[in-house]
Write a protein that binds this ligand. Structure first.
Ligand SMILES: C[S@@+](CC[C@H](N)C(=O)[O-])C[C@H]1O[C@@H](n2cnc3c(N)ncnc32)[C@H](O)[C@@H]1O
Length: 254
């Protein structure tokens, strides 16, 4: 009888941020195929009876092709194994989850998806800022500059809205162009930006800047995410400053 594949989100790195369901799937796995972003602390939870295989990237190059990952998942499931495909964050966000679902469906393999805490949520929690706030931000955009292996800034201008929060995944070094695009789209130079590196991991760091100063903020560690928008200002506003921002927003709305 065929086994089953579990597409599991490992969250941002801290093992305490794994879901109970993810932990159970890992503990019940015969084979775990894991990506680079999965932290060592989470890999340590894989039982010694399971085979663990890295299918991530080295120096930006895939260690194993996407087709080979599909082949290995399908083959192991056909041998009757419980297969965990373990990915950083959530398996359906910038994680090639769609391609893996398609391959499993075509092969007629039973599968289940176990969500994980995505980087934007972990970064916001770490920085203690809201991502939406009924006073400042009613929209949240998850954005990646990396589309099908190419850098793409196609639609970034249209995402530049004062009432939006923008979470930029895989910022690479493209944040110079990103800032220019968002400024050209109408955001102001003093729009707050947080650069959150290694959210929830021991090397975690948070830098606060603005869209105007983003190009001067140096290189980012990997992984890093950008949170852009008025809400990012919560990171270093005092209560008085928050009131002032609120007043200014009210005034500009009238
Ligand atoms: C290929 S995407 C995978 C996203 C993942 N599926 C998720 O839901 O978080 C990789 C990007 O996620 C972001 N990322 C993942 N883990 C992170 C962390 N612990 N801290 C900051 N950014 C992170 C970075 O922008 C990184 O370049």
């Amino acid at each position: 009888m065929n086994g089953k594949v579990y597409l599991v989100g490992a969250g941002p790195g801290d093992p305490d941020l794994l879901t109970v369901k993810a932990l159970r799937a890992i503990q019940g796995a015969d084979i775990v195929l894991y990506d680079d972003l999965v932290s060592d602390e989470i890999l340590a939870l894989i039982p010694s009876t399971a085979r663990d295989v890295s299918v991530g990237k080295r120096a930006g190059r895939p260690l194993v092709t996407q087709e080979e990952i599909h082949r290995r998942m399908i083959e192991a499931a056909r041998q009757g194994h419980a297969v965990v495909r373990l990915k950083g964050g959530d398996p359906l966000l910038f994680a090639r989850g769609g391609e893996e679902i398609e391959a499993l469906r075509k092969a007629g393999i039973d599968f289940e998806i176990i969500p994980g805490i995505t980087a934007a949520l972990a970064a916001a929690a770490t920085a203690r800022i809201p991502l939406t706030d009924r006073r400042f931000a009613s929209k949240l955009v998850f954005l990646s500059a990396h589309r099908a292996g190419e850098w793409s800034l196609d639609d970034w201008r249209s995402t530049a809205e004062a009432e939006s929060t923008i979470a930029v995944y895989m910022p690479g070094e493209n944040y110079l162009d990103l800032a220019a695009e968002l400024l050209a789209g109408g955001l102001s130079e003093d729009t707050p930006v947080l650069v959150v590196e290694n959210a929830s991991r021991p090397a975690e760091s948070i830098r606060s800047t603005t869209l105007g100063d983003l190009p001067d903020s140096g290189r980012f560690a990997v992984p890093a995410i950008l949170l852009i928008g008025v809400v990012a200002g919560f990171y270093d506003w005092s209560a008085e400053e928050e009131d002032e921002v609120l007043e200014a927003l009210r005034a500009s709305a009238t």
